[in-house]
Design a protein around this ligand. Structure first.
Ligand SMILES: C[S@@+](CC[C@H](N)C(=O)[O-])C[C@H]1O[C@@H](n2cnc3c(N)ncnc32)[C@H](O)[C@@H]1O
Length: 198
């Protein structure tokens, strides 16, 4: 404990993910974001971008007890959620590139989640530039597909683009916050924008 706050080790989240049958420890990042900003609610339509292997989608299905319409997209195959409580007719899994202009998506959505990450090159400036492009892609999808007042969550690997991105969120959304969950690896540069559409 430090400052009255429990400090969990990296292994703690790994171990918890295994115990809970989660597809990735990233689950805990969305759980923290949701605890802070109250994003995911029953009855919503939710779009999960960069969803594979599927732990954010699992969080959505578990939090809503399957009372949700979920569309999940990734370049990689997303395995069906047989072990989660949900009517399969309410879940659409797409193997596609989010930037594909011909992608047809049923909406509008209450929430757009993006944990999209580039194939990192190990060069911080290059990684952040690629990540910033994915943030912009998720912003474009959100501006087109979100209902008024809807919420966008987007991962960003921090770098020189941060001030510019903040300006774009300020210009295009009603408000936004930047948050780094405790469960995010300390050495990771990732942060998450949460933004609300006008
Ligand atoms: C960190 S992983 C997502 C983990 C996921 N949120 C989970 O909890 O299981 C990032 C994903 O973004 C996907 N991705 C990156 N660029 C993409 C794009 N243009 N379109 C679709 N998916 C993309 C990658 O294929 C990768 O699976």
């Amino acid at each position: 404990m430090a400052n009255g706050k429990q400090i969990y080790t990296e292994d703690f989240y790994q171990e918890q993910a295994r115990k809970l049958g989660l597809r990735a420890r990233s689950y805990f990042k969305l759980e923290e974001l949701d605890r802070k900003f109250r994003i995911v609610k029953r009855g919503q339509r939710i779009l999960d971008l960069g969803a594979a292997p599927g732990s954010w989608s699992q969080f959505v299905l578990r939090k809503t007890l399957g009372d949700v319409h979920l569309t999940a997209i990734d370049l990689q195959e997303i395995e069906p959620f047989h072990r989660e409580k949900v009517d399969p007719a309410r879940v659409v899994l797409l193997k596609a590139d989010v930037s594909d202009a011909s992608l047809s998506l049923e909406g509008p959505f209450d929430v757009v989640l993006s944990d999209m990450a580039p194939r990192t090159m190990g060069v911080p400036s290059g990684d952040s530039a690629l990540s910033a492009e994915l943030v912009r892609l998720s912003m474009a999808v959100a501006l087109k597909r979100l209902k008024a007042g809807g919420t966008l969550v987007a991962k960003y690997l921090q770098g020189a683009e941060l001030p510019e991105l903040q300006g774009e969120f300020r210009r295009d959304f009603a408000s936004f916050k930047i948050f780094k969950p405790e469960s995010s690896r300390r050495q990771s540069t990732e942060v998450f924008f949460t933004a609300w559409k006008r």
